[in-house]
Write a protein that binds this ligand. Structure first.
Ligand code: COS
Length: 392
């Protein structure tokens, strides 16, 4: 067992950290307040290879491993989770699924520009009445011979307006239940496809989250990913990897807020050294020191879970349970840590300049998207029960 990072991993982490400090930090408060999408920053991240990190270089990617991706996600999320969610969706929900299950033509046409960061993608599963209960898809993709006729609405879609390529999950044969669901590649500009309202959100306000409307959109058969009826499993497999990215995002949010685990960028620790109360720095008060100690311990535990999930994925082993555990725990720690960070900062924590109130608002979504904490518990419970019955 080896807990140290390789030289290459350290270089990637440092590059992401530099980018976050120089390109994301300036303007992060304004982008949050005004809900501005970080277009320029995403363009630069694409040029640096951060949008197709794990994609094979022959398809325009950077050919890195999942651990590199986790390190980059963590560093970017320490400063700007609105930007890191775009990176996460493009890498793990869009590029990964296309590379793993797409045809050669689909890879050449869509994956290459996505991995190079020339365009970005979106993953469209959630609907007004189907979030956690993902098999209950109301969006339909009726088989018309050489194409599918797509009708329905998708909700809360990250990169909703800024994407050019959308992976849309839809029901083709309701009688077959989840085995009748397909995953289709839809391009912006296809007749009948409209981007709907932009959501006014609590957190990650710089990312653009929209509803999408499909009215008799003709999607060519060659745009289906995988075999007929593979769409639900495609979504589950893709989300399983996506959850590692969100867990890393949560870790970044938490460690920026308390800044303990990484030993750097420690907002609360820094603040607690500078701020004095009752004649001494507040971290000398046990009430604050114990908060810092608890958070440091939990962040470290979360990091080990995230790294283990990434490592399993890189080893080609099953990571469904590990990614659910990582996301569940890291997102709960992110929420707890950011609430405590605001508390440590007191009145300063409640105003925007000190960043921690934004991190607290950003942390909340990590317990909801790509599967709520309750869904992660379902996935974990099923896995441990399966393991138990396999042993018995
Ligand atoms: N990989 C591959 N296949 C999977 C899978 C995975 N990780 N998870 C489930 N499946 C398969 C099952 O094996 C089953 O196939 P078979 O019937 O052929 O065996 C099929 O998918 C249906 O699975 P299941 O019966 O477990 O479906 P449920 O309706 O009980 O739901 C959960 C399963 C709850 C795990 C699923 O609906 C889920 O993950 N929901 C959350 C979705 C989500 O993350 N939404 C957020 C929006 S995206 S930002």
């Amino acid at each position: 067992m080896n807990f140290s990072l390789t030289e290459e991993h350290q270089m990637i982490r440092d590059a992401a950290r530099d980018f976050a400090q120089t390109e994301l930090l300036p303007g992060v408060i304004e982008r949050d307040e005004k809900q501005l999408f970080p277009s320029e920053q995403i363009k630069k991240l694409g040029q640096l290879g951060f949008l197709g990190m794990m994609v094979d270089p022959k398809y325009g990617g950077a050919g890195m491993d999942t651990i590199s991706y986790v390190l980059a996600m963590e560093e970017l999320s320490k400063v700007d989770a609105s930007t890191s969610v775009v990176v996460s969706v493009n890498n793990s929900l869009v590029c990964w699924g296309l590379e793993k299950y797409g045809t050669e033509e689909q890879k050449q046409k869509y994956l290459v520009p996505l991995a190079q960061g020339q365009i970005i993608g979106a993953f469209c599963l959630s609907e007004p009445e189907a979030g956690s209960d993902a098999t209950s898809q109301k969006t339909t993709a009726v088989d018309m011979g050489d194409h599918y006729l797509l009708n329905g609405t998708k909700n809360w879609i990250t990169n909703g307006n800024s994407a050019s390529v959308y992976l849309v999950i839809a029901q083709t044969d309701p009688e077959k239940g989840h085995r009748g669901i397909n995953a289709l590649i839809v391009e912006k500009g296809m007749p009948g496809f409209e981007v709907g309202l932009k959501e006014n959100k609590l957190g990650i306000r710089g990312s653009d989250t929209h509803s999408l409307l499909f009215t008799d959109v003709k999607v060519p058969k060659e745009n289906r990913i995988g075999e007929e009826g593979f769409g639900f499993k495609f979504a589950m497999k893709t989300l399983s990897g996506g959850r590692i990215g969100i867990a890393a995002q949560a870790l970044g949010i938490a460690s920026q807020a308390l800044g303990i685990a990484s030993g750097a960028y420690e907002l609360s620790l820094e603040y607690s050294k500078q701020r004095k109360a009752f004649g001494k720095a507040i971290h000398e008060h046990q009430a604050v020191a114990f908060k810092l100690a608890d958070m440091a311990t939990k962040i470290e535990a979360a990091r080990l879970l995230v790294m283990k999930a990434a490592w399993l994925k890189d080893q080609g082993q099953n990571y469904d349970k590990a990614s659910a555990m990582a996301k569940l725990y890291a997102s709960e720690v992110a929420m707890e840590a950011t609430v405590e960070a605001v508390q440590i900062h007191g009145g300063y924590g409640f105003v925007k300049e000190y960043h921690v109130e934004r991190l607290m608002r950003d942390a909340k979504i990590t317990q909801i998207y790509e599967g709520t904490s309750e869904i992660q518990r379902i996935v974990i419970a099923r896995a441990v029960l399966d393991e138990a019955s396999a042993i018995a």
